[in-house]
Design a protein around this ligand. Structure first.
Ligand code: GCO
Ligand code: MG
Length: 461
């Protein structure tokens, strides 16, 4: 005779079975249309955007090329993402010239494995997935690799949608992208001559530098540390006080010679003591600088409040930023006026557009970092963002490329009257000649970033 306990348990088991069946029915809308409901979701999952066939990532690789055929210049890194749709691929910039080979390893040894077989349409998901795939994150090497992937996926999505990427980002806020160029020379008079030439060429904004950053190589020679045999022979010397006196003089001469029609900018390049910078900026106020760049190193972010409250010059900051925690505070307190991130150093278009949108709420405008160590693919990506960003400020560089680079990267942006013009081809509108690139491989020449004070103390460049 089965015990009462027994009967209850059997009853419970039967009930659970029925429940199970019931809920399955619930999810699948009863036995009748189990298959169609599953199929619906499955079908949804198995369809690409707008009914396009779904595509997966077939391969990811790094392509390295020197920025000039003589083997000098920057180590440019581009990521090529190929898809399961024959002939459909995307390109993205992953250029970190000082550690290019490390980025290549991250791409070819880790990213390729990670990405193959994944859905190429889900850019945000792919970005978040790779971003945390190394557990430790936010570093220059992995962020650059991620940028290459990200920009390539936007390029692919534009090609699938048959639209330029700026259209996917919301369309044009302006007809073209205004720029600034940089001039440097040994004396203020020579610098003024070069500014006048830039104005004749249609530039409205010109950044003026006395020789190298911090006037290295122009002011100050035979430092004591060299006489003492300290450091390496090709270490650079920066005479801080000579630099701090020379910059106001440079602005005085250039403003007098070139007048008020040109906007003048200057890059401090994070090399001076914050209080010295405050005093120098106060002397520059009378020359109405358009922006003073990187007055503080990322290690001195805590000086921003005092810096902002001490002078009225507009500030542009950020090419060394890799991590949201470096710019969220200063931007939301609008301690600086322009955000100057090196887009591949934070991981590409996806995060950069978030930074741009964040800036809108605090009236911080964009001036993406655009020197020679951004590839033409990266320059195109930035120009597309610049077109689609309301709080755009200016763009550094872009549009002017050597014949060599135009041959390696067909579809480079162009420049007219100081404005960058991108073509209206789908995606980022730029391609790469892999055969030609292979003839000019990258090197591990990271450039000389050792700058010392008179006594040999290292200065953060
Ligand atoms: C700029 C920058 C560059 C950097 C270079 C580092 O404002 O353009 O300061 O010149 O020094 O990109 O590799
Ligand atoms: Mg700079």
């Amino acid at each position: 005779m089965r015990s009462k306990e027994d009967k209850i348990n059997t009853g419970r088991r039967n009930a659970l079975k029925i429940l199970g069946l019931g809920s399955a029915a619930l999810f699948t809308g009863g036995l009748g249309n189990i298959s169609s409901a599953q199929t619906g979701q499955q079908q949804q999952m198995n369809k690409g955007p707008a009914g396009l066939p779904p595509i997966k990532i077939k391969s990811v690789k790094a392509i390295g090329v020197k920025s000039n055929p003589e083997g000098r210049g920057s180590n440019l890194i581009v990521v090529k993402v190929e898809t399961t749709e024959p002939g459909l691929y995307g390109l993205g910039c992953a250029t970190f010239t000082q550690r290019a080979e490390a980025v290549v390893t991250a791409i070819n040894s880790y990213m390729a494995d990670f990405c193959v077989g994944r859905d190429a349409d889900n850019i945000e998901d792919m970005w978040q997935a790779f971003y945390v795939s190394s557990y430790w994150r936010n570093g220059p090497v992995l962020n650059n690799a991620l940028s290459g992937l990200d920009q390539a996926l936007w390029d692919i999505k534009g090609k699938r949608a048959n639209m330029p990427v700026y259209q996917l980002l919301g369309g044009k806020c302006r007809f073209a992208v205004d720029t600034y160029t940089s001039v440097s020379a040994g004396t203020p008079e020579e610098i003024a001559d070069r500014v006048l030439k830039e104005m004749e060429a249609g530039q409205r904004h010109v950044r003026i530098q006395m020789g190298g950053y911090g006037a290295v190589g122009t002011l100050g020679s035979d430092p004591d540390f060299k006489a003492a045999g300290f450091g390496m022979p090709n270490d650079s010397y920066m005479d801080e006080q000579a630099y701090l006196k020379a910059v106001p003089k440079m602005f005085e001469v250039v403003r007098k010679r070139c007048g008020e029609a040109v906007e003048l900018c200057h890059d401090i390049h994070e090399r001076n003591q914050p209080m010295d910078v405050i005093n120098m900026c106060r002397k520059l106020e009378q020359y109405r600088p358009f922006f003073i760049e990187d007055p503080l190193s990322p290690e001195n972010t805590h000086w921003w409040k005092q810096m902002r409250e001490s002078t009225i010059v507009p500030f542009a900051q950020g090419e060394l930023f890799n991590n949201i925690n470096e710019f969220l505070g200063p931007m939301s307190n609008h301690y600086f006026d322009y955000i100057r991130i090196h887009v591949s150093q934070i991981g590409g278009i996806t995060p950069a557009m978030k930074v741009a949108r964040l800036g809108e709420w605090f009236n911080v405008r964009t001036i993406w970092h655009g020197p020679g160590d951004v590839s033409p693919v990266g320059h195109s990506a930035q120009a597309h963002m610049d077109l689609a960003t309301w709080n755009f400020g200016l763009q550094e560089g872009g549009g002017v490329f050597s014949d060599f680079l135009r041959e390696v990267f067909p579809g480079c942006a162009t420049k007219e009257n100081g404005y960058i013009i991108v073509n209206d081809k789908p995606g980022l509108g730029i391609d790469i000649n892999e055969k030609m690139a292979a003839k000019y491989p990258i090197t591990n020449n990271a450039g000389n970033w050792t700058v010392r004070k008179r006594d040999g103390t290292i200065i953060r460049p």
